[in-house]
Design a protein around this ligand. Structure first.
Ligand code: ZN
Length: 472
């Protein structure tokens, strides 16, 4: 080959290979881990999640259009030296432990702590969003069992259809002696994974879930437990004792309202099963409650008598006592119907649930406990679901009021009526006319106020018009 041909060859190579761009067009491996944009993400929320500024995020991704973030787009996350690959987010479920999460994802403990700004491993709240580095070629692991006190790894291995050496290897144990009671142990999922996959919960719980996550102010939490053996269930969410009812087979459900004014943050949730021999198995974890982002209503001016505690408190107390019991019959089956089903316009509301309220110049320390429908005097009010009438009569603040017990701790309240068309003890059906709209009690005009109580807490009735409880 002559010098000339070599030169030509080199020149032709230059023509084939495109010049390297001055700035990287797409995130390149090696410049930092990559986050894939999810539904609902903004630059601000992503920056906040990774504890960086929006400017730092833009500097690391010079080609992005900050106003046009699309789902699935890849963003380089700066400031995370030593971490590579794809970062994904996962919502912490009931039963997730830090050690368990570490084992399942096979991520390094310090990386998980850095990514999630954890100070302590106990900060794993159910419903919180957790960042996990995705490891390529990692064997997917599933929880195989919780080591019971006095149980050996060999015994657990037999129970979990695994072997103690595999458990030692996949769980980074120094030896078969190094597992401690309460440890959730992981192994690769077997081909014939059956229904009875051992979870991260005590053995009496075949499964346990709480949702929808994250729990929200004013929302209705559904706690669903499947038992591995006969037991009596009890529990606690925030400060409310849970009431479990059989759904089907060995599955039990408790519904619990989350208070509209509850300060967002982590709250305790406890599940306890009392076995037939009298022994108990319990499980406790913190669950995250997020804001309902309820707006402030304009200040309201009302008759001072209707906000006088000597008038309001006995009435509150009466209502509370009426909606306290969780009766075992579930009268309803379907999604709730609108109590305005016979209105000319049934999807019109003058005030939504949760709005912060101030009366006669007082502080915004109250909230709207139900849903106010458009439409006035004389319109027919229909039962949103079957149930038994537990109250029908006049009250100072609520005016002519009716309360229906739907069972399982769920109650409907209808205030300010001009006329009540049902009696205490009467069984009502969905769509039945139970009264007429009026302007009695603390009102500025005739309207229907409808509220729903779930285990002693008023919740957003809109959820009950849009979703079926318990969920299918
Ligand atoms: Zn209202």
């Amino acid at each position: 080959m002559t010098r000339r041909t070599i030169l030509l060859f080199l020149l032709s190579l230059l023509l084939i290979i495109p010049p390297k761009p001055a700035a990287a067009q797409t995130p390149t491996p090696g410049s930092g881990p990559i986050y894939i944009v999810q539904e609902g993400d903004t630059l601000w929320s992503i920056a906040l999640r990774f504890n960086i500024t929006v400017d730092e995020l833009i500097a690391a991704n010079p080609d992005i259009n900050p106003n046009l973030l699309s789902v699935g787009q890849e963003l380089v996350i700066p400031g995370l030296e030593g971490i590579q690959g794809i970062l994904r987010t996962e919502t912490i479920a009931l039963g997730d432990t830090f050690r368990g999460l570490m084992r399942r994802t096979q991520a390094d403990v310090d990386i998980l702590q850095r990514l999630n700004h954890l100070v302590s491993p106990t900060e794993l709240y159910v419903g919180a969003s957790f960042i996990i580095p995705e490891r390529e070629n990692a064997t997917p692991l599933t929880p195989r069992g919780v080591l019971a006190p006095g149980e050996s790894l060999l015994e657990l291995a037999v129970r979990a259809e695994s072997d103690p050496w595999a458990l030692t290897r996949f769980n980074d144990l120094e030896g078969t002696w190094a597992a401690i009671p309460g440890d959730v142990l992981y192994a690769p999922a077997s081909e014939n994974e059956g229904e009875n996959t051992v979870g991260t919960l005590p053995p009496v719980f075949a499964s346990a879930e709480v949702g929808p996550l994250p729990l929200k102010q004013g929302g209705t939490a559904e706690i669903r437990v499947r038992l591995a053996q006969p037991a009596t269930l009890s529990g606690l969410l925030v400060d409310k004792p849970l009431h479990f009812f059989p759904l089907q087979g060995d599955t039990y459900v408790a519904l619990q309202g989350v208070h509209a004014m509850l300060e967002p943050g982590p709250y305790p949730m406890r599940l306890e099963a009392t076995l037939e021999d009298g022994s108990t198995q319990a499980f406790e974890q913190m669950v995250l409650v997020v804001s309902g982002n309820y707006p402030k209503d304009p200040p309201l001016i009302v008759d001072p008598e209707t906000i006088d505690p000597s008038v309001t408190e006995p009435e509150e107390e009466l209502i509370r006592s009426l909606v306290e019991a969780a009766t075992p019959t579930r009268w309803w089956e379907d999604i709730f119907a609108s109590p305005a089903s016979l209105y000319p316009e049934q999807n019109c509301f003058t005030s939504r649930y949760g709005n912060r309220r101030s009366y006669n110049g007082g502080p915004y320390d109250r909230f709207h406990t139900g849903l106010d429908f458009c439409g006035g005097e004389g319109l027919p009010i229909t039962a949103p679901a079957p149930g038994i009438v537990v109250f029908a009569g006049p009250l100072t603040v609520r005016g002519n009021a009716t309360i229906i017990d739907h069972g399982w701790g769920v109650y409907s309240g209808f205030w300010h009526q001009s006329e009540i068309r049902v009696q205490v003890g009467e069984q009502v059906e969905t769509g039945q006319v139970i009264g007429l709209v009026g302007g009695t009690g603390r009102v500025t005009g005739a309207h229907l106020h409808w509220e729903i109580w779930v285990n002693g807490v008023q919740v957003d009735p809109m959820d009950w018009l849009e979703e079926k409880f318990p969920h299918d």
